[in-house]
Design a protein around this ligand. Structure first.
Ligand code: ADP
Ligand code: MG
Length: 163
C-alpha cells in the first residue's frame, strides 16, 4: 500500500511540447525502481507526458500509446522504461498479472490510468495528475505532481524549477 500523498507541486503547460519538456525535466528526479502513476481523462496528455519523460531518460525512438499492447519497454538511462496503459483492463488481477513489480526492478514504470490500478501496483513513488486549466484554452494543462517522500519532493521541485 502507498501512504497518502504528503506533498504536491503544480506546474502549468501551454502546449503538448511544453508538457513533453516539463516531463523530460521531471525525469531527472526519477530513480530506478520508481512506479509513477499518470492520471487524467482520455486526451488529458498522459501519453504526451510519457513521450517527454522518455526523452528525458535518453529514449530516442518514438513512444506510442500502449493502449492495445498494455506494456511497452524502452531501454533508458535508468535501465528499462516500462510504459503501461491499464485502461482496457477490467480486473485488478489482470494488472497484477503484468508483473510490474518485477519489471520495475530494472528501471522505471509509467502507468497510465494508474489511479484505478493503484491497489495492484505496490508502492507508487509519484503521481502526476493532468487536467485542463481552469479558464484556459484547449492547450492549457495543469500538472499536479504528488508523492510521500520529502527527499523526492526536493528533487522534483529542483527538476521543475530548472526551466
Ligand atoms: P492521454 O494519454 O491522456 O489519453 P494523449 O497524450 O494521448 O492523452 O493526448 C493528449 C492530446 O492533447 C494530444 O492530442 C495533444 O496534442 C493534446 N494537447 C494539447 N495541449 C496539450 C498540453 N498542454 N499537454 C499535453 N497534451 C496536449
Ligand atoms: Mg494515453
Amino acid at each position: 500500500m502507498t501512504p497518502e500523498p504528503s506533498w504536491e507541486l503544480r506546474a502549468q503547460t501551454a502546449s503538448p511540447e511544453d508538457t513533453r519538456d516539463l516531463a523530460a525535466r521531471l525525469a531527472t528526479a526519477a530513480r530506478r525502481g520508481d512506479v509513477i502513476v499518470l492520471q487524467g481523462a482520455l486526451g488529458a496528455g498522459k501519453t504526451t507526458f510519457a513521450q517527454g519523460f522518455a526523452r528525458g531518460l535518453g529514449v530516442t525512438g518514438p513512444v506510442t500509446s500502449p493502449t492495445f499492447t498494455l506494456v511497452r519497454q524502452y531501454p533508458c538511462a535508468l535501465g528499462q522504461l516500462v510504459h503501461v496503459d491499464v485502461y482496457r483492463l477490467d480486473h485488478l488481477a489482470e494488472v497484477a498479472d503484468l508483473g510490474l513489480a518485477d519489471l520495475v526492478e530494472d528501471g522505471v514504470a509509467l502507468v497510465e490510468w494508474g489511479d484505478v490500478a493503484r491497489p495492484a501496483l505496490g508502492t507508487v513513488t509519484l503521481t502526476v495528475s493532468i487536467t485542463g486549466a481552469p479558464g484556459g484554452g484547449d492547450t492549457e494543462r495543469v500538472l499536479a505532481v504528488s508523492g510521500t517522500d520529502e527527499a523526492r519532493r526536493s528533487a522534483v521541485a529542483a527538476s521543475l524549477g530548472a526551466a
